[in-house]
Design a protein around this ligand. Structure first.
Ligand SMILES: Nc1ncnc2c1ncn2[C@@H]1O[C@H](COP(=O)(O)OP(=O)(O)OP(=O)(O)O)[C@@H](O)[C@H]1O
Ligand SMILES: [Mg+2]
Length: 231
């Protein structure tokens, strides 16, 4: 899915602008890491991309949806096509890892046999095949993080967003989560991940969007998008 931000300005109600005339472009299938100090707007950027908040000025297109003007049903479609892992995973307590992952397929009306196959595949992909029947509150933090990834990934979204997925994880689990992000990227999804784990970024070869105060710019070894190319 392509994301085009053209001079986007956004301020929370009563606050000063988090984004001021911000332009950026992610092409389909690209992997982007969003970095910057606490409070710079990384989470807000993901919320804008999902239409949880809308720009006050400028144009933000995510796929074929213009966030500033999207109808509720367009936003629903966008969210169905997007896998999201927020900082608080919001897993369903009292339910198994399996049910937590299967829920998004069941909601989409998938036949039962296919739900079982796909859910087992997704749990195996995150290394939790043996934990499918465990209630999620019996799993460690890192295992719960991986359940959240399996849930976001099981529908094969074209856009995958994750907010600091390696926060609070030991180095080994963080590396496993980053490997998973690499696999999701290789499957063709556009992937946008906020992170403080700079040492992990180079390994996966993504591009870097650095947000600093009111200025945001892409850095890294690939060239910055040409603002002239924005419509
Ligand atoms: N719901 C809200 N209402 C008002 N202001 C908010 C709200 N959420 C965030 N902000 C403000 O917007 C700015 C950006 O916040 P955001 O959460 O996007 O930062 P962040 O880069 O994700 O930080 P962190 O690395 O700590 O997660 C901050 O100044 C914050 O205080
Ligand atoms: Mg944040």
């Amino acid at each position: 899915m392509r994301i085009i931000a053209d001079r986007v300005t956004y301020a929370y109600p009563g606050g000063s602008a988090v984004f001021d005339q911000f332009s950026w472009r992610a092409e389909p299938g690209e992997l982007w890491f969003v970095v910057g100090p606490s409070g710079c707007g990384k989470t807000t950027w993901l919320r804008l991309c999902l239409g949880m908040v809308r720009p006050q000025e400028g144009r933000l297109e995510v796929g074929d949806v213009e966030i500033g003007r999207a109808s509720p049903s367009q936003l629903r479609q966008l969210r169905l096509a997007t896998g999201v892992v927020f900082q608080e995973f919001r897993l369903l307590a009292g339910q198994s890892a399996f049910d937590n992952v299967a829920v998004s397929l069941r909601m989409a009306g998938m036949p039962r046999a296919e739900v079982v196959t796909r859910t087992r595949e997704a749990l195996a992909a995150v290394g939790l095949a043996d934990f499918a029947e465990q209630p999620v509150e019996h799993l460690s933090w890192g295992q719960q993080q991986r359940v959240a990834f399996a849930r976001a990934w099981v529908r094969r979204p074209r856009l995958f967003l994750a907010d600091e997925p390696t926060g609070n994880l030991d180095a080994e689990t963080a590396t496993a989560i980053m490997d998973l992000i690499g696999r999701i990227h290789e499957s063709g999804a556009t992937v946008v991940v906020t992170t403080h784990a700079l040492e992990q970024i180079g390994r996966l070869g993504g591009r870097v969007l650095r947000i600093a105060g009111r200025t945001a710019r892409p850095v890294g070894d690939s060239p910055a998008p040409d603002p002239g190319g924005l419509r």
